[in-house]
Design a binder for this molecule. Structure first.
Ligand SMILES: [Zn+2]
Length: 93
């Protein structure tokens, strides 16, 4: 299994997200508040809160099948939302 770090780059995040989610995510990365829940070689879980918006929890995970992600803002499968982008960008830094 590859370390999570190998999947997360600004280019990879841009490919995974829609253009508008990538743009929103960049904004959240700039002014959001991040709380780290758990981070190891294969998992990164963080809470993100921006302004008056609800706090969201994002889980990025390296699995044998590749990168997987989850955010509490949506139940849509495989939807790489703006919070995933923001947490990914924060993870790179
Ligand atoms: Zn989200």
């Amino acid at each position: 299994m590859k370390p999570l770090r190998e999947y997360i780059s600004e280019d990879a995040l841009e490919d995974l997200a829609t253009r508008s989610n990538f743009r929103y995510g960049k904004g959240i990365a700039k002014d959001g508040e991040f709380t780290l829940v758990k981070s190891n070689t294969y998992n990164h879980i963080a809470q993100v809160k921006q302004g008056h918006h609800e706090k969201r929890t994002v889980h990025l995970e390296s699995t044998p099948k590749g990168l997987r992600w989850k955010c509490t803002c949506t139940s849509k499968k495989n939807y790489f939302c703006q919070h995933c982008v923001a947490v990914g960008l924060a993870f790179i830094k």
